[in-house]
Design a protein around this ligand. Structure first.
Ligand code: IMP
Ligand code: MG
Length: 182
């Protein structure tokens, strides 16, 4: 693997496809142990970044399950200049369900906050959060994160669903932003 360029920035190989696969398997293993055999969990991927993670995750999950996706839509209110963020895409009845959120990466935790807000009023049996990557140096919130695939440095990454200005999502491995422009 070698350095790649997306628009004006360079990225170097950081996490291989093989390591990603191992991390996803270990998350599936840990989560499976916590789910009752008779229960059909509802996994919810957070678009766009988690589409590959969610796809790989459920193919490794060996029991009955459902999958759905949400997206954080940001739009400008018609009467104000505030940007409103809201979670869209949940049509399922989540009452009494075990809901497991699949996030690509938790950085500041803003997205996570929105997710907790959204599910606060729903009468789910339990809400668990699983994230493939976590930046512990950036995260300043108290909200619990139940499953973490891998802690990473506070540096921008792309690949495996994660993008820079829409680019890089198709890369099978993870690349890290470099300041070295040689
Ligand atoms: P938050 O700051 O925890 O709300 O992260 C919000 C979203 O920003 C994540 O779900 C990602 O889609 C995106 N994001 C955060 N860090 C990175 C990164 O290093 N590379 C690409 N996307 C990122
Ligand atoms: Mg995301």
């Amino acid at each position: 693997m070698s350095k790649i360029k997306l628009q004006n920035l360079y990225f170097t190989p950081y996490i291989t496809e093989e390591e990603i696969s191992t991390i996803v398997s270990s998350l599936v293993h840990k989560i499976s142990l916590d789910i009752d055999e008779n229960e059909i969990p509802l996994f919810i991927g957070v678009l766009n970044g988690s589409f590959l993670f969610a796809a790989d995750f459920i193919r490794k999950y060996k029991h009955n399950c459902e999958i759905s996706f949400v997206k954080l839509s940001s739009y400008k209110g018609t009467t104000s200049s505030y940007t409103v963020n809201e979670l869209i895409g949940i049509n399922e009845d989540v009452t009494g369900r075990t809901v497991i959120i699949l996030e690509d990466i938790i950085d500041t935790g803003t997205t996570l906050h929105k997710i907790y807000d959204f599910f606060k009023e729903k009468k789910v049996k339990q809400l668990k959060i699983a994230t493939l990557f976590f930046k512990p140096d950036v995260y300043k919130k108290e909200l619990p994160i139940d499953y973490i695939g891998k802690n990473i440095d506070d540096k921008f990454i792309v690949g495996y669903g994660l993008d820079y200005n829409g680019l890089g999502r198709n890369l099978p491995a993870i690349y890290q932003l470099t300041t070295d422009i040689k």
